[in-house]
Design a protein around this ligand. Structure first.
Ligand code: TGC
Ligand code: FAD
Length: 391
């Protein structure tokens, strides 16, 4: 019997769970990534050179920057639409999704949620349009999983604030116009909106990365950076300020990682139909089909989980530990799928002629940033037992 081949996610019929407007946004982003981004990705990745400023403007004109925020030039879409957009962007490259995540969910969200009206008016419209790029400085060289220990300090000097310290692994740092920087003060951890042309601020780029090469990653160095009193985010006090932003970006990753996995799986299915082994297509062998079936199952389960988290977020009842379930599972499964797909391509799978190894390498970063797998296991463990095992 001849059957019509199906693309992996179509088997799950999940489109019926999503509204028409959200599907239309997804399809627009899918076309953009397919036509404008995918043809260039191998070069960007190989040369570790991404035209981020140009891309930010394109992404802004598509309404994708801060898309799930209301007002100030933001599109005000559903959270589910934002998730689906992340999935399509990451089907291109995790670096592209990172550009959008950091801009919208971290830098813009911090200002939107915790900023003064003046800060929102100044920064959110140009950031939504992609005319201004933002970064988010939480991690430090000695404090990644445990940001509560951060050494970056903001002290009062008359009415001004003076910031000193170093942030590490900051996406978009060297190309940003504005940095949201978290620092210890005499009154808990606070966030500061730092224009990157302020004296004493520099952002050397981190080179020699083997992952997320189509993304800018930098150190932030703050040496007596003097800011007016109005630079502090007035509504964030304590670690809950930055952690509230992480919830947003982690939510995008729950969907995004599945995009990378889907691209790997579709590539592997296509390759297995073309590649002749023992005189017939690789796709005809049981071992190949078993791999494809198992990966499809994990991909679809991940999407069902993501869509349910999207539904909860759109109802404003999503809890951080539920985001951890999605981030932990979907990134872990995505990287497993990428590695298994690579085996189907054999030696061809290690080149940039196919996207699989690029996605697999990127997912190593995705596994680590926005909370490592171990951090999310411990968040879930704490929710289950009521006991914190972090220290
Ligand atoms: P803990 O004592 O549990 O909490 C401190 C305060 O924060 C509150 N809180 C949260 N608030 C909002 N959302 C959450 N998810 C929250 N989790 C905790 C908590 O209620 C408390 O509030 P209050 O008012 O009582 O002060 O904090 P802890 O020090 O034990 O740490 C908890 C832990 C380990 C989970 C947290 O530190 C953590 O998540 N660590 C991971 C760090 C991380 O994910 N960094 C990401 C940096 S950004 C990035 O990677 C960008 S990558 C680029 C891209 O996204 O593409
Ligand atoms: P560590 O915290 O040193 O962890 C090392 C290992 O110890 C991990 O396996 C971890 O899971 C484990 N571990 C930690 N705590 C525990 C525990 N309690 N029990 C058991 N094991 C534990 N940060 C930003 O602020 N902004 C950004 O824009 C940003 N972009 C990034 C982009 C890239 C490409 C990368 C790779 C990172 C980025 N980060 C960013 C930093 C990222 O959030 C951190 O790398 C991450 O939080 C982990 O911190 P760490 O690398 O210092 O690892």
């Amino acid at each position: 019997m001849t059957v019509t081949p199906q693309s992996p996610l179509d088997l799950f019929g999940t489109d019926s769970l999503v509204g028409e407007d959200d599907l239309a946004i997804r399809d627009t982003v899918r076309r953009y990534v397919q036509d404008k981004i995918k043809p260039q990705l191998a070069d960007w990745y190989e040369t570790a050179n991404i035209p981020a400023r140009h891309l930010a403007k394109e992404l802004g004109s598509l309404g994708l920057l801060g898309m799930h925020l209301e007002g100030y030039g933001c599109a005000g879409t559903s959270a589910t639409a934002y998730g689906l957009a992340c999935m399509e962007l990451e089907a291109g490259d995790s670096g592209l999704r990172s550009l959008v995540s950091v801009q919208g969910s971290l830098a813009m969200f911090a200002i939107w949620k915790h900023g003064s009206e003046e800060q929102k008016q100044e920064w959110l419209p140009p950031m939504a349009a992609g005319e201004a790029i933002g970064c988010f400085g939480l991690t430090e060289p000695d404090f990644g999983s445990d940001p509560s220990g951060m050494r970056t300090r903001a002290r009062r000097d008359g009415a001004d604030w003076v910031l000193n310290g170093t942030k590490m692994w900051i996406t978009n740092g060297s190309i940003a116009d504005v940095a949201v920087v978290w620092a210890q003060t005499d009154d808990r951890i606070r966030g500061f909106v730092v224009p990157t042309d302020t004296a004493g601020f520099s952002a050397p780029e981190i080179m020699r990365k083997l992952s997320l090469r189509a993304s800018v990653t930098s150190e932030l160095v703050l040496e007596d950076v003097r800011l007016p009193a109005s630079a502090m985010l007035p509504e964030a006090a304590g670690l809950s300020g930055p952690l509230s932003c992480l919830n947003e970006a982690r939510f995008g990753i729950v969907f995004g990682a599945l995009g990378a996995a889907r691209d790997c799986l579709e590539t592997a299915i296509g390759y297995s139909q073309e590649r002749q082994i023992y005189g017939k297509p690789l796709a005809t062998f049981q071992a190949t089909q078993i791999k494809l079936a198992d990966m499809t199952l994990e991909l679809g389960k991940g999407l069902l989980l993501a869509l349910n988290l999207g539904r909860l977020k759109d109802q404003h009842v999503l809890r951080p530990e539920q985001v951890s379930l999605g981030k932990l599972n979907n990134v872990r499964e995505a990287i497993a799928i990428a590695r298994e797909c690579r085996t189907i391509l054999g030696a061809a799978g290690i080149t940039l002629d196919y996207p699989i190894m690029r996605h697999a390498n990127n997912l190593e970063s995705v596994l680590t940033y926005e909370g490592t797998s171990e951090v999310h296991q411990l968040i879930i463990g704490q929710a289950l037992t009521g006991q914190s095992a972090f220290q």
